[in-house]
Design a protein around this ligand. Structure first.
Ligand SMILES: [Fe+2]
Length: 209
C-alpha cells in the first residue's frame, strides 16, 4: 500500500516550545506543543503544507485567543464583574476546546515508520471487532458520521469509562469529547475545512499487507 512507501523523517526545526504552559504576568498561559514528527512525514496522506498551516496558524490562533480570554477572565474576577465572567465562557470553551482537540489530533497521527497505517491490534483491535464487527465497518461508521456533521466539528472514537465500550461520537465546533460525558478520546478526526482545503483528497487507510 502507498503509505508503506513513505520515507520517515525525523522532527526538524518545528517552531515553539514543547512546554504547554508558560508564565505570563503571573498567569499560567498555554503554548503551542511541538508535533512529534516532521510536517511532511505524513505525505502523501496529508500534505506537509496543510500540516504546517494547520499547526502554526490554526492551532496557534486557538491558543492565542484562549490565553487572551483567560487573561480577561482573570481581570474580570479581580474586578468582581460577573457579567464579564459569563460573557467569556463561550470564548474559553471554543478556543480552549480547539487547543485540547488539536493537541489530541497531532498525537493521533503517525508516520509509517512509527506504526502509522497499521491496523490496530491487541485489546483495541479486539474491541473494534467486538463492537463494530470489523475495522472496515468502524471506518465506514466514522466516515458516515463525519459526512453527516452539519457545519464544522469533530468525529471521535472514544472509550466510555463506565460501560467500558467503544463509542463513535461527533462534537460541533471545537467542543471537546469530555463534554459528552464519561468519554475518553482515543482518536479524533478534524472535520473542519481548514484540515484539508488545500488538498484534493485526504487518504485515510490501513495497511493490510
Ligand atoms: Fe483543525
Amino acid at each position: 500500500m502507498a503509505l508503506r512507501s513513505l520515507i520517515c523523517r525525523k522532527t526538524l526545526g518545528l517552531a515553539s516550545s514543547s512546554g504547554f504552559k508558560l508564565q505570563f504576568r503571573g498567569l499560567q498561559t498555554f503554548s503551542l506543543p511541538d508535533l512529534p514528527y516532521d510536517y511532511g512525514a505524513l505525505e502523501p496522506a496529508i500534505s506537509g503544507e496543510i500540516m504546517q498551516i494547520h499547526h502554526q496558524k490554526h492551532h496557534q490562533t486557538y491558543i492565542t485567543n484562549y490565553n487572551k480570554a483567560l487573561e480577561q477572565l482573570h481581570h474580570a474576577i479581580e474586578k468582581g464583574d460577573s457579567s464579564a465572567v459569563v460573557k467569556l465562557q463561550s470564548a474559553i470553551k471554543f478556543n480552549g476546546g480547539g487547543h485540547i482537540n488539536h493537541s489530541i489530533f497531532w498525537k493521533s497521527l503517525s508516520p509509517v515508520c512509527e506504526g502509522g497505517g497499521e491496523s490496530p491490534h491487541g485489546s483495541l483491535g479486539w474491541a473494534i471487532d467486538e463492537h463494530y464487527g470489523s475495522l472496515d465497518a468502524l471506518i465506514q461508521k466514522m466516515s458516515t458520521e463525519g459526512a453527516a456533521l452539519q457545519g464544522s466539528g469533530w468525529v471521535w472514537l472514544g472509550l466510555d469509562k463506565e460501560s467500558k465500550k467503544l463509542v463513535v461520537e461527533t462534537t460541533v465546533n471545537q467542543d471537546p469529547l469530555v463534554t459528552k460525558g464519561p468519554l475518553v478520546p482515543l482518536l479524533g478526526i478534524d472535520v473542519w475545512e481548514h484540515a484539508y482545503y488545500l488538498q484534493d483528497h485526504v487518504t485515510i487507510g490501513f495497511d493490510y499487507d
